[in-house]
Write a protein that binds this ligand. Structure first.
Ligand code: SF4
Length: 409
């Protein structure tokens, strides 16, 4: 059986994995702490050559999976239908997970590793979860976590301590802030946290939030050092959007997503804004249309495979079949290259909950010469950007030793 890492990542998203009795997950890897990003839960694996994937373990559909994770004296391996297909690496548990902040909070209840970056959900629980009747997105699990599996109140001091610990131990380069809907106050709440993290660590910062009416807030985010923005439209079809995301449809509206994405692409530049879509809750051709639309305006289409997490409103809805998803992910990489959208620019950012455009490349069959040349151009841009970022971080971390003295904290 020929090993294809992109295809295996897709199949694991759609089918999950069973755990053999030989595995010792408690001692060998990161714990499965909580459902994440509203659309994840499961075990992080690193597939060769270096693809992070968060694999469903507990959802109903996993009962029928052909995949099995097992351990022997050489390490961890995956079998499909009884046949060994590849070795995998289990990322070790970050040491900071068991440490406490100065205020006595367990660090893993403040922020967690997702792939190779630190994810923080700072704000109070999304208001859609508190409305009567509930207006939360029907696939979402955020309301099942905040205040239960993670701290409800996270001070700037707590957050800074966790970011510094993750930078030191896990060598993170990127911190991702995520919020739910708070009637337009989301970014105002995040701003002091972003300022503090940027000023004290120099790391790349991403913000994922609902769109705001006041577009000038994005200018402020850029000014304080935000590097990346993402907007979760989730469904491209208007009717489906209303049905699956009733709160977003009623209180925000699809139009605002398009406005904010357009505005931010112009402000931040191509490749620095992501438009997130869930594949598997609407026909694949709609997802392909979304990819084409966002690619054309210079946003990075980010596609999550729908996962019916336990406890959510859609827990009984089956995930999509890998075969149905192939045209979607093939389109993803082609669109980014054809529109010269820079992808995979930042060093050491691996995402485990989505198939990144550069990972979707494994699913393509043929490349023509034009495509090859566009890829080569992208590789040069990537090299320069990574060099620049590494230099910036080196400068930041060694400011006190450099001759041109700058005020530091
Ligand atoms: S906006 Fe939707 S997906 Fe985001 S936290 Fe709220 S309910 Fe969940």
């Amino acid at each position: 059986m020929k090993y294809n890492p992109g295809l295996l990542k897709l199949e694991l998203f759609c089918q999950g994995i069973k755990i053999d009795g030989s595995c010792d997950l408690e001692n060998d890897t990161r714990p499965v702490l909580r459902t994440r990003g509203g659309l994840g839960s499961g075990l992080d694996l690193i597939l060769p050559p270096d693809l992070y994937v968060n694999v469903p373990l507990e959802e109903r559909f996993v009962k029928k999976t052909p995949f099995l994770l097992f351990k022997n004296r050489y390490g961890y391996f995956i079998k499909k239908n009884g046949q060994r297909i590849t070795e995998v690496i289990l990322p070790p548990k970050p040491r900071f997970y068991d440490k406490k902040t100065s205020s006595g909070k367990l660090m893993s209840r403040i922020g967690i590793m997702q792939g190779t970056y630190l994810a923080l959900y700072i704000t109070q629980v999304c208001r859609f979860w508190q409305m009567q009747p509930r207006a939360n997105c029907r696939f979402c699990s955020v309301g099942l976590n905040v205040g239960k599996n993670e701290e409800l109140e996270k001070s700037i001091g707590d957050v800074l301590e966790v970011v510094k610990a993750a930078k030191k131990e896990e060598k993170i380069t990127f911190v991702h802030f995520n919020t739910g809907f708070l009637f337009g106050k989301e970014l105002d709440i995040l701003i002091p946290y972003i300022k503090a993290v940027k000023e004290k660590t120099g790391l790349l910062i991403g913000v994922q939030s609902t769109p705001t009416d006041n577009l000038s807030k994005y200018d402020l985010l850029k000014k304080i050092g935000v590097d990346h923005l993402s907007f979760c439209l989730e469904l491209f079809d208007e009717k489906k959007f209303k049905q699956i995301c009733p709160g977003k449809s009623k209180y925000i509206g699809r139009k605002k997503y398009f406005e904010a994405i357009n505005y931010c692409v112009k402000l931040f530049g191509k490749g620095k804004v992501a438009a997130e879509i869930i594949a598997g809750l609407e026909p694949p051709q709609n997802t392909v249309r979304a990819i084409e639309h966002f690619g054309k305006i210079g946003a990075v289409p980010t596609v999550c495979v729908f996962r019916p997490c336990l406890g959510t409103d859609l827990e009984k809805t089956p995930p999509p079949k890998p075969k149905e998803m192939l045209p979607v992910f093939r389109k993803l990489y082609q669109t980014c290259i054809n529109n010269s959208i820079p992808v995979n620019m930042a060093p050491n950012i691996k995402v485990d909950l989505v198939i990144l455009p550069e990972e979707a490349k494994y699913l393509l069959k043929n490349h023509d010469v034009k495509f090859f040349l566009l890829e080569a151009k992208m590789a040069i841009v990537r090299f320069l950007f990574r060099f620049y970022f590494r230099f910036r971080l080196f400068w930041f971390d060694n400011r006190s030793f450099l001759p041109f003295n700058r005020k530091i904290d």
